[in-house]
Design a protein around this ligand. Structure first.
Ligand code: FES
Length: 141
């Protein structure tokens, strides 16, 4: 094997390792309950609906992901909150208003609004949180 061929093989092998590593790391879990170092665990999440940064929550079907939790406006001044971390492999789920469920974009797991699995590959439900609304303030605990 010539030197140039050997270098090409080494370079291509390194590229493959890099791509596999990058792909796997994109599915790392972000469970807020596992982040004991940043004070997110068991701390309430406070959302001020009058803050323009939270505009996505002011309309029915709107949602927001914050600190590993997805908060959804379900209409009639009601809000729900669930872990946004897919139980299959840790991708962030999104709310699909048209289907009124949560979809993981990585491998298409689907969850009901109570967190139960409607479609795998995920097999465990999403954790749910309590939401209290006082005026414009949501407290997720
Ligand atoms: S990470 Fe959500 S379905 Fe695989």
């Amino acid at each position: 094997m010539k030197r140039r061929e050997a270098l090409n093989k080494i370079f291509l092998g390194g590229t493959t390792v890099f791509l596999v590593t990058a792909t796997l790391s994109s599915c790392e879990k972000e469970d807020p309950d596992s982040n004991n170092n940043n004070n997110n665990t068991n701390d309430d999440i406070i959302i001020d609906l009058s803050d323009s940064a939270n505009n996505s929550l002011t309309n029915e079907g709107g949602y927001l992901v914050k600190s590993g939790v997805i908060i959804i406006n379900t209409g009639n001044d009601n809000f729900i909150a669930l872990s946004s971390v897919c139980t299959h492999n840790g991708c962030t789920v999104g709310y699909v208003a048209a289907n009124d469920n949560l979809l993981c974009p990585c491998h298409d797991s689907v969850f009901a609004l109570d967190g139960t699995v409607l479609q795998g590959p995920a097999s465990s439900p999403l954790k749910t949180y309590n939401v209290k609304k006082e005026g414009d303030i949501l407290t997720i605990s």
